[in-house]
Design a protein. Structure first.
Length: 115
């Protein structure tokens, strides 16, 4: 945990840190599907599931390679017993919607999408 807190402090100092949050144990999850007769269908997490979302980090970086470097550091942070977890981390950019008043070319330059 101290390693992750150190990374957070470093990213905050550099202005790259936006947010992070751990999530509750997957056993507390409830899977919700579309509605049937006006009622959402829920059935809990699938027991055969081997991957789950432990939490998330949002960073504001100039290039994807910087996000990959940060994710790599987080992935090797020590887990239980001080052993590096080497957990795979999925890196994605946020989907940013452009307002109708923003020219499409400017929206594309920012890497955003329009709906």
């Amino acid at each position: 945990m101290a390693v992750l807190q150190g990374i957070t402090k470093e990213l905050t100092k550099s202005g790259e840190f936006v947010a992070s949050q751990g999530l509750a144990d997957p056993g507390e999850a409830t899977l919700v599907r579309g509605e049937k007769n006006g009622i959402p269908v829920t059935d809990g997490i699938f027991p055969e599931s081997k991957e789950f979302l432990l939490g998330y980090w949002i960073v504001d970086v100039a290039k994807p390679e910087r996000a990959y470097a940060i994710a790599g550091r987080i992935a090797v942070a020590p887990g239980p017993g001080g052993v590096p977890t080497n957990m795979p981390i999925e890196v994605r950019r946020l989907a940013i919607l452009c307002a109708a008043s923003v020219p499409m070319t400017a929206c594309r330059e920012r890497g955003a999408r329009s709906d």
